[in-house]
Design a protein around this ligand. Sequence first.
Ligand code: SME
Length: 149
Amino acid sequence: MLERLKPEVRSILGKEGAVEDRLKSLCTFLKTEVPHYDWVGFYFRNGDKEELKLGPYAGAPTDHTIIPFGKGICGQVALSNANFVVPDVSAQDNYIACSLTVKSEIVIPLFVNGKNIGQIDIDSETPDPFTEEDERFLEFVNAEVAKIL
Ligand code: SME
């Protein structure tokens, strides 16, 4: 199901123009194509600071444009370098709510030359929708993004 989206992911990222614009198109594409992706965005390390800064995204605007390392699901992934799948956000202590309609979340770190430089973050209004297929697909997406950064 997600496999079929791969050629378009490559095509969007291979277009001409600013990287920011391509990433924004990618977020919009993923949010539109995958029914359980309700908010799709990138966070990147903010310079040398121990914090993440919101990059391109598709979905409702969020107040959480800066997230310190260690805070929330995103901040934890900045430190752990590991995928974080949250089937039920209400069961998490260290969670930053962006919208009360969000039920679940997945965050996949983005590596450039082996360094964790950011992440893709997806919120869902569906409870427990994320499978290993999402993890493998989003690892693919991040690997493709890494090529243009
Ligand atoms: N829920 C995230 C914060 C980012 S918003 O989902 C856009 C977290 O706990 O880190």
